[in-house]
Design a protein around this ligand. Structure first.
Ligand SMILES: Nc1nc2c(ncn2[C@@H]2O[C@H](COP(=O)(O)OP(=O)(O)OP(=O)(O)O)[C@@H](O)[C@H]2O)c(=O)[nH]1
Ligand SMILES: [Mg+2]
Length: 310
């Protein structure tokens, strides 16, 4: 925190960390974006879309009190199969350690016959709020059943049914979050939206298009690195390298006469221009990096700082 922030913060200022955790595909990233009011996290119908802890910062005033909420979107909780997954789970653990409030997101389909998620939740000291998402796909009776189920299973400060997709119930959820937000000066300057640099979002936008356009294992074997991000007067020049694990996957990504690569590049560029508010010149190439998901050195280089922990 800067000295300036300490001096200017009113003693009534509230601030805290709100971690969004849960199984893959339940709608954590969708919820994060609705709560922050910006599309910071990529969203696809495939599980394990999010691979990092991504902070989204919201500043505002609630009942005459200034606040700063630092939301963390996190990867879906899974049993690790690769070093990459271990690193992803470290991001979940880290976010639980910091949390003032934990939003445990589940949906109306989840069965919960495993203990792994509940074990992770037990490690946090933050206030626990159970969020039952995708209620737009359920009857009122089914929603009530889920509420009763979670009341039995977890000691939660609140259980809130929502539809993140339709922005239903999110205001109620926000009210509950504010109930548990401690008095604290802001942690980040008030004009900051996230902890991640611009190039991270550029890479994520390309990764989202890959998740949306390719089937089966290709998205999971892919990583995107931004080798150049040069902001000029009237445009941003971005050079991205798409890494895959096998040369056959390289062919799939590129497609017939480069058609598929062009398609995802065009779609990603449209998103980038909207996000950065500037024209973007995007250059992409595809490289084979065998077994990158299990190589600690590579994972560190790609921004999975905790790649060496188990
Ligand atoms: N019907 C419905 N679909 C939703 C809702 N919220 C999210 N989804 C959909 O669920 C899918 C997964 O959403 P994400 O936000 O990417 O889920 P996630 O929990 O971040 O997934 P991972 O990053 O893979 O862990 C997407 O197809 C979303 O459009 C909702 O309230 N209702
Ligand atoms: Mg996600």
């Amino acid at each position: 925190m800067s000295i300036e922030n300490i001096i200017t913060a009113s003693p009534n200022h509230r601030a805290g960390f709100v971690s969004i955790v849960g199984k893959p595909n339940v709608g954590k990233s969708t919820l994060m974006n609705v709560l922050v009011g910006e599309k910071l996290s990529i969203i696809t119908s495939k599980a394990q879309t999010t691979r990092h802890r991504i902070m989204g910062i919201l500043n505002g005033t609630h009942q005459d009190q200034e606040f700063q909420l630092i939301y963390s979107d996190t990867p879906g909780i899974i049993k690790p199969l690769y070093k990459l997954h271990e690193s992803m789970m470290e991001f979940v653990h880290g976010s639980l350690e910091d949390a003032d409030v934990v939003l445990f997101v589940t949906d109306i389909f989840e069965k919960h016959d495993e203990q792994d998620v509940l074990e992770k939740l037990s490690k946090t000291e933050g206030a626990l709020i159970v969020v039952i998402n995708k209620t737009d796909l359920a009857t009122e009776e089914q929603v009530q059943e889920k509420i009763a189920f979670w009341k039995e299973k977890l000691f939660a400060a609140a259980i809130v049914p929502i539809s993140a997709l339709n922005n239903v119930g999110v205001d109620t959820l926000f009210g509950h979050i504010m109930d548990y937000l401690p008095l604290h000066p802001p942690y980040f300057p008030k004009d900051e939206l996230t902890d991640k640099p611009e190039r991270f979002f550029a890479a994520e936008m390309i990764r989202e298009k890959i998740f949306l356009n390719y089937k089966k294992e290709v998205p999971y074997s892919t990583e995107v690195l931004i080798e150049e991000f040069k902001e000029k007067k009237d445009m941003i020049v971005i050079r991205a390298v798409i890494l895959v694990e096998r040369s056959s996957q390289r062919g799939i990504i590129i497609g017939d006469k480069g058609a598929m690569l062009k398609k995802i590049g065009t779609a990603a560029r449209v998103d980038m221009e909207q996000f950065f508010g500037k024209k973007v010149f995007l250059e992409q190439y595809v490289k084979v990096e065998p077994e990158w998901r299990n190589k600690i050195q590579k994972l560190k280089q790609f921004g999975y700082e905790n790649g060496s922990s188990s």
